[in-house]
Design a protein. Structure first.
Ligand code: SF4
Length: 284
């Protein structure tokens, strides 16, 4: 086993994001979560890996910009200040323009050699405005919910496995029940394994707020279409997730050897992969 920086073991936990990377390409998982901490004979210079981690896929940026603006607006609401659609749109457009002005050079795809056409910025600008309009259109339904927290990281344990979560919005209904909301900025059929994500949120909220599963609801809100999809979990389903997460985390940590993390190249994934430059198996 290679020697890893002790800091790795302090921050090493399961998260839904890690789960997705792990199931997408384990080599990418290695580069993202292990390679920066390898101290003895690293396959790739950890400094180089840390530098590559500064790039972000254009698809991630697109969703992140909308989340940031929504989060700022929710913060205003939590401080009893008025939300402002015009200001939200203005701020969003400015952010998109900033990326456009530098030609998208912080996008992973740009770093990997893809030209980012002007139409991409037009698309994310229009899509973002649609999402913001939908958010503001739906917000009156949320006014009766007490704002408990939004976009904050938290940790909890399932047995010995640390789990990291970040819920977009936690609201308390007038009857005391909680609703955990996740804003989705993509297509409304883009629900890849979302149940696992939402179940992890419920397990966290049960512990954090000392509530039972039937006092916690979850929902996905698709900002592109306005569709809301609620999820409720039975104890049995939650028990399965309580077994699934430690099992997967054990697999993720069975070895830290580079060769034990097989690559799964595909043109689409490799073009959006931060580590394509140092991956000998990239397909582009
Ligand atoms: S470039 Fe492709 S194969 Fe290599 S780590 Fe990234 S996604 Fe996996």
């Amino acid at each position: 086993m290679p020697e890893l920086d002790p800091f790795f073991f302090k921050i090493n936990s399961w998260s839904f994001t890690k789960h997705r990377v792990w199931n997408r390409c384990q080599r990418q998982y290695y580069f993202e979560y292990i390679a920066p901490y390898v101290k003895s004979t690293p396959v790739v210079d950890p400094e180089k890996i840390r530098w590559l981690k500064n790039f972000t896929s254009k698809f991630v940026v697109q969703g992140q910009l909308i989340h940031d603006i929504i989060d700022q607006q929710i913060q205003l609401h939590c401080e009893n200040k008025p939300m402002d659609l015009a200001e939200a749109i203005n701020e969003f457009t400015k952010k998109v323009l900033r990326y456009k002005n530098i030609g998208g050079e912080t996008f992973t795809e740009y770093h990997n050699g893809e030209k980012i056409p002007g139409s991409f910025y037009t698309f994310i600008d229009e899509n973002g405005k649609t999402c913001l309009h939908t958010f503001f259109g739906k917000w009156p339904d949320y006014m009766s919910r007490e704002c408990l927290r939004h976009e904050e990281y938290d940790h909890f344990n399932i047995g010995d496995t640390g789990v990291t979560v970040k819920v977009d919005f936690v609201g308390r209904m007038p009857d005391g029940t909680l609703v955990l909301t996740d804003w989705k900025t993509g297509r409304d059929d883009d629900e890849y394994e979302t149940e696992l994500q939402m179940a992890a949120y419920v397990l966290w909220a049960m512990e954090y707020y000392k509530k039972s599963a039937d006092e916690i609801g979850t929902e996905l809100v698709f900002l592109k279409t306005g569709k809301t999809k609620p999820y409720a979990f039975f104890e049995e389903q939650l028990r399965e997730v309580q077994e699934q997460i430690p099992r997967e985390f054990a697999m993720m940590n069975a070895s830290y050897e580079y060769g034990d993390f097989p690559a799964r190249p595909s043109q689409r994934e490799c073009m959006s992969c931060k580590f394509a430059e140092v991956c000998s198996e990239r397909k582009m």
